[in-house]
Design a protein around this ligand. Structure first.
Ligand code: FE2
Length: 430
């Protein structure tokens, strides 16, 4: 019996040489060197890197592609973005949310992102955002695995109806319960919000993903409360804290205490390079702070960190095209992850560390018996993927090629000669 699909001559991170991947019935059946199996379809990777798919751990799919509606965010701040979004969202329809979100899911899949955690705003009267994203999750399940978080953008205590709206969204079938404690009117209400989110998640058996300390205020310390609640409720890796940008302003003593606490809690941290780099520190006088979670130090301390696109052509960010490799490259620069061992770690943050955040490890990875999801980059190694941000030659979902890109060819004409420029360093040695 021939295999359904054979990927030949692929490099795998952390493994010498090239190998073949045989796929049958949507799963990897054999991974090894020179398998010599017949297949109905064969892809020759020619030494390119094959990786488990990219995992986008934080994406506001309900707001994507709304930039400029009803107006632009002139100041570029988080608060004006929330204001603009607040003006738009009463008019949104479920069909509009589905159309825009589906478009971004297709962009993501085309670039090798086959797992997404999306956030649906559940504050306010209009429930089109959560209903729309739940539809996208179910309708596109064969292309991308999507988790939907109920995200109370305006908090749950400023408007007395918002707590009930969060509960209603949970009943509609979201995967995760979200929160935004630093945005509540007082710190006390912020603490109450964190506890309430944990109670709701435990009661309904959902994961937790809270926008936590997304501010430059060094006194914003809800993350330690999340870690404490994670331990008390025994939820370990089912809990994620997103953004955590106040960490960029924490003192060294508090930071080191926090790192150990986060590790023992098993909590996941998600860094969102686009919003974090442009929004945080924006109003600082010079010298300006970098508003990033301490990605490098957290990894060193044994905390799981992953990445999200967060914002794509919306009230907070005019640009973006759902490319998580580009996001990883940006995070690398802002968090000083430039060591030779650190650069590949950024691809890990965009891939298997993200799978750990989403809790999908059982269906993730290039291993015999697992679903055959993979991306083949047009580059031979993780370092080259971060350097070149190459096209994704093929994207495979459950053994089916769902996207392919022909690599561009660049030709230089100079001094009467024509040469092809590959951006590869010249070969050295004899
Ligand atoms: Fe966010």
């Amino acid at each position: 019996m021939p295999a359904d699909l054979l990927v030949r001559n692929a490099r795998l991170a952390g493994r010498d040489g090239v190998c073949d991947l045989a796929i049958e019935g949507g799963r990897f059946t054999r991974v090894g060197t020179d398998l010599g199996v017949d297949a109905k379809e064969t892809l020759d990777a020619e030494g390119r890197l094959a990786s488990p798919p990219l995992v986008d751990c934080h994406l506001h799919l309900d707001a994507s592609l709304t930039a400029g509606k009803p107006r632009h965010n002139e100041s570029g701040t988080l608060l004006e973005g929330i204001q603009v979004w607040g003006e738009l969202k009463p008019s949104l329809t479920e069909d509009d949310v589905v159309a825009r979100a589906s478009e971004i899911v297709r962009w993501s899949a085309a670039q090798g992102t086959l797992f997404i955690r999306a956030h649906a705003d559940v504050s306010g009267d209009n429930d089109a955002m959560v209903r729309g994203l739940l539809r996208v999750r179910d309708e596109l399940a064969d292309l991308v695995t999507i988790q939907v978080t109920a995200f109370p953008q305006d908090g749950i205590f400023a408007d007395e109806a918002d707590e009930a709206r969060l509960e209603r969204a949970i009943e509609l079938g979201v995967d995760c319960v979200g929160g935004i404690p630093h945005y509540e009117p007082t710190s006390e209400l912020g603490l109450m919000e964190v506890h309430r989110v944990f109670e709701l998640a435990r009661e309904h058996g959902r994961r937790i993903d809270i926008h936590c300390d997304e501010t430059g205020d060094a006194n914003s310390r809800f993350l330690e409360v999340m870690a404490d609640d994670t331990i008390k409720h025994g939820l370990t890796s089912r809990v994620t804290a997103s953004h955590c940008t106040a960490m960029g302003s924490y003192e060294p003593y508090y930071s080191s205490k926090l790192h150990g606490f986060l590790r023992s809690s098993g909590i996941n941290i998600v860094v969102n390079p686009y919003a974090n780099s442009l929004i945080q520190g924006r109003l600082d006088p010079y010298p300006k702070r970098r508003g990033f979670a301490q990605l490098k130090e957290l990894l060193r301390a044994g905390v799981n960190v992953s990445l999200g696109n967060d914002v794509i052509m919306d009230p907070w960010y005019q640009l973006g095209k759902a490319d998580l490799v580009h996001a990883a490259n940006l995070a690398l620069h802002f968090t000083y992850m430039s060591g030779l061992d650190e650069i590949p770690e950024m691809l890990a943050c965009a891939t298997w560390r993200g799978a750990k955040t989403l809790g999908v490890e059982d269906e993730y990875g290039i291993e015999e018996g697992k679903p055959a999801h993979l991306v083949v980059f047009d580059a031979p190694s993780p370092v080259e993927v971060l350097r070149l941000q190459p096209v994704r030659r093929w994207v495979v979902r459950s053994g089916r090629v769902v996207a392919e890109t022909t690599p561009p060819v660049t030709r230089l004409f100079h001094e009467g000669r024509e040469e092809t420029i590959t951006f590869a360093p010249p070969a050295t040695g004899a």
